[in-house]
Write a protein that binds this ligand. Structure first.
Ligand code: NAD
Length: 285
C-alpha cells in the first residue's frame, strides 16, 4: 500500500502498547482509525490522545475472543467510514504461569481464544468486505518471536503465536493466488516495553482464576523483565517498522533484526531440516 491519507485502519488491542503505536503511526499518515479493545478506561484515553493529535478515531469495546464482537467492530467501522483498508489483528495476552501439563483447560482456552481465535474471527469478519471493496489493503497479524522459536516462553502463547504465523503465511498465499490487492504481514517482535507482562488484568471472568499461583521462578523472571524494561524495544519503533512493512508489502516483520534472533530462527530451521534435536537451552533467553 502506498496511499494512506483518508483511508481507514482497524486495530484490535489499540488502547495500549503496540496497537496504540500503530494507531499513532497510521493516524500520522492521515488514516482514520478504529480501535477495538477490552480495556475501556485505556480505550477512552487512547481515543482522547489520538484526537488531540488531530486523528479521526472511533473506539469500541471489543472482546476479540468473541466472533460476534469482531462482526460488530466491522459493522461499526463500515457504518462510520464506509471502508476498511488496513486490519491489524493485534490484541493479545501473555498467559498463565506453569508448565503445559499443569495448566487448566481454561488457562489454555484464554490464550488460544485471545491470541489465535481472535485473528481467525478478524479475518472472517473483515476480509470478505475488504475484498468486495476492491481497493488496495493490508492485513497485519501480531504474532511474536515466540511464533518462530519454541521453548522461550509459555506453552499456550507459543502454540497460539506459531498458529498466527502459519495463518498469516497461508493468508498471504491465498490472497496472492486469488490476485486480490491485499497484502499480509506477520509481526514477530522480541521484548517490547508494553504491559503484556501484566496481561492477567484482561483475563475475562469466564476463564476463572489461573490454575497455579505465580511460581517463584516466574516471579523472578518477571522481575528480570522489569529490570530489562528500559532496554527493551519501544512500541513506537515497532509502529514505524509496521508502517514501512505495509509500504514495502513485507510478509515477515521480525524485530529486533539482531543476529541473536536471526541465529535462533536459523538454528531451529537447521534442526528441522537435518532432523536433529535442539539443545534444551535452545532459544533466545
Ligand atoms: N510486548 C512484547 O514484548 C510483545 C512481544 C511479542 C509479541 N507481542 C504481541 O503484541 C500484541 C500487543 O501486545 P502489547 O505488547 O502491546 O501488550 P499490551 O498489554 O500493552 O496491549 C495488549 C492490548 O490487547 C488488549 N486486549 C487483551 N485482551 C483482549 C481481548 N480479549 N479483547 C480485546 N482486546 C484485548 C489489551 O487491553 C491491550 O490494549 C500482543 O498480541 C502480544 O502478544 C508483544
Amino acid at each position: 500500500m502506498q496511499d494512506f491519507a483518508g483511508k481507514v485502519a482497524v486495530i484490535t488491542g489499540g488502547a495500549n502498547g503496540l496497537g496504540l503505536a500503530m494507531a499513532r503511526r497510521f493516524g500520522a499518515a492521515g488514516m482514520k482509525i478504529v480501535i477495538g479493545d477490552i480495556e475501556t478506561g485505556a480505550l477512552a484515553d487512547a481515543e482522547a490522545s489520538l484526537q488531540a493529535a488531530g486523528i479521526e478515531v472511533v473506539g469500541r469495546r471489543t472482546d476479540v475472543a468473541l466472533s460476534g464482537d469482531l462482526d460488530a467492530l466491522a459493522d461499526a467501522a463500515y457504518e462510520r467510514f464506509g471502508a476498511v483498508h488496513i486490519l491489524a489483528n493485534n490484541a493479545g495476552v501473555g498467559g498463565s504461569p506453569g508448565a503445559m501439563w499443569e495448566l487448566s483447560e481454561a488457562d489454555w482456552q484464554w490464550v488460544i481464544d485471545v491470541d489465535l481465535w481472535s485473528v481467525i474471527h478478524g479475518i472472517r469478519a473483515f476480509v470478505p468486505r475488504m475484498i468486495d471493496g476492491g481497493e488496495e489493503g493490508h492485513i497485519i497479524n501480531t504474532a511474536s518471536v515466540a511464533g518462530l522459536i519454541s521453548g522461550a516462553v509459555g506453552g499456550p502463547y507459543t502454540v497460539a503465536k506459531f498458529g498466527v504465523v502459519a495463518l498469516s503465511e497461508q493468508l498471504y498465499f491465498e490472497l496472492g493466488r486469488a490476485e486480490h490487492s491485499i497484502g499480509v504481514s506477520v509481526l514477530c517482535p522480541g521484548f517490547v516495553n508494553t504491559r503484556i507482562y501484566d496481561s492477567d488484568r484482561n483475563r475475562q471472568e469466564s476463564y476463572g482464576q489461573p490454575a497455579l499461583d505465580e511460581s517463584a521462578e516466574r516471579a523472578e523472571r518477571r522481575e528480570a523483565l522489569e529490570a530489562m524494561r528500559e532496554s527493551m524495544i519501544q512500541p513506537e519503533t515497532i509502529g514505524d517498522r509496521v508502517f514501512d512493512a505495509v509500504v514495502e508489502n513485507q510478509l515477515y516483520i521480525v524485530e529486533p533484526g539482531s543476529d541473536a534472533v536471526s541465529d535462533a530462527i536459523q538454528r531451529r530451521l537447521d534442526h528441522v531440516s537435518a532432523r536433529t534435536n535442539p539443545a534444551l537451552d535452545f532459544g533466545i533467553i
